[in-house]
Design a protein around this ligand. Structure first.
Ligand code: ZN
Length: 284
């Protein structure tokens, strides 16, 4: 993991990245240990997440979510997902950042009868932010695709279609690397923006970049104090009963470049072990 490229890759929003060699080695070892012997069945609670959704990926997206629905899962909010009393097979589908392509995903979601949570960066709405601010934002998340960011109307229509809206901060900074006043502002502005916009309390948060090193105990305490009831990470991991914590919701990034089967294997692997060993995301 010595090269600058590998380090940069690992710092960006996880599933946009290719994996370094050492990581692939650890992954293949974990697969070898877990897949054949320990995790034949999918867990009862599965959390998968996405960023952009290109039109060419709609089919694979529907295949992924449809697979779970066909196997008796129902889609739930982060609150239901982390509720110890909830029963049955639960699927938590979420999206991070801010992409107009989410709006085009409303139809496939509707056809599936599925609901999702959209964690939004509020400082880059297409009809409010400057082109240079949006370009800087896409630089921060290392996005090179074609989707613009959402307009306010599109965000409203996502909400009105019955999906949950959560905070992903205002402009997607690395929170532990800025001082407390700045990170509090990044979080507060985003929460207040969405609450003003929708007239509802916003209780779900996902922090930028999603790995352990991108958050801290003081950030967690702050988020809890201002009213967030769930905090989603980009740390892959099964929602094993012993690890269930609404303020550390593990999610696995879905990789469209891999087959459905390969993605399902990723979900069977204990990503907490991988993250503990390497400090990095299982999903690349
Ligand atoms: Zn993000």
């Amino acid at each position: 993991m010595g090269s600058q490229a590998a380090r940069l890759a690992a710092d960006a929003c996880p599933e946009h990245r290719g994996g370094p060699t050492v990581k692939q080695l650890v992954l293949s070892t974990l697969r070898a240990v877990h897949v054949p012997f320990q995790m034949r069945e999918l867990p009862e609670r599965v959390a998968i997440y996405f960023h952009d959704l290109e039109p060419t990926q709609f089919g694979k997206f529907s295949e992924a979510v449809g697979h779970f629905l066909d196997h008796g899962y129902r889609t739930v909010t982060a609150g239901e997902y982390t509720d110890p009393g909830a029963s049955g097979k639960l699927l938590f589908v979420s999206f991070d950042d801010n992409f107009q392509s989410w709006h085009r995903a409303l139809r496939p979601l509707d056809r599936l009868g599925a609901t999702a949570t959209f964690y939004v960066n509020t400082g880059v709405m297409r009809d409010e932010a400057s082109a240079s601010d949006i370009a800087a934002y896409f630089g921060r998340i290392r996005y090179q695709g074609a989707s613009p960011t959402l307009s306010r109307q599109e965000l409203k229509e996502i909400h009105d279609a019955g999906h949950a809206i959560g905070c992903h901060t205002h402009t997607h900074r690395r929170l532990p690397q800025i001082d407390r006043g700045e990170w509090a502002n990044e979080i507060d502005r985003s929460k207040a923006y969405l609450e003003d916009f929708f007239g509802d309390e916003v209780v779900d948060f996902s922090y930028p970049y999603g790995m352990r090193r991108h958050f801290s105990e003081s950030l967690k305490a702050y988020c809890s104090n201002i009213g967030f009831r769930t905090i989603a990470t980009a740390i892959s991991g099964l929602q094993l009963r012993s690890f269930r914590d609404p303020l550390t919701l593990h999610r696995t990034g879905w990789k469209f470049e891999n087959s459905l089967e390969r993605n399902l294997e990723d979900l069977r692997i204990n990503g907490s072990l991988y993250a503990a060993l390497t400090g990095r995301s299982l999903t690349g």
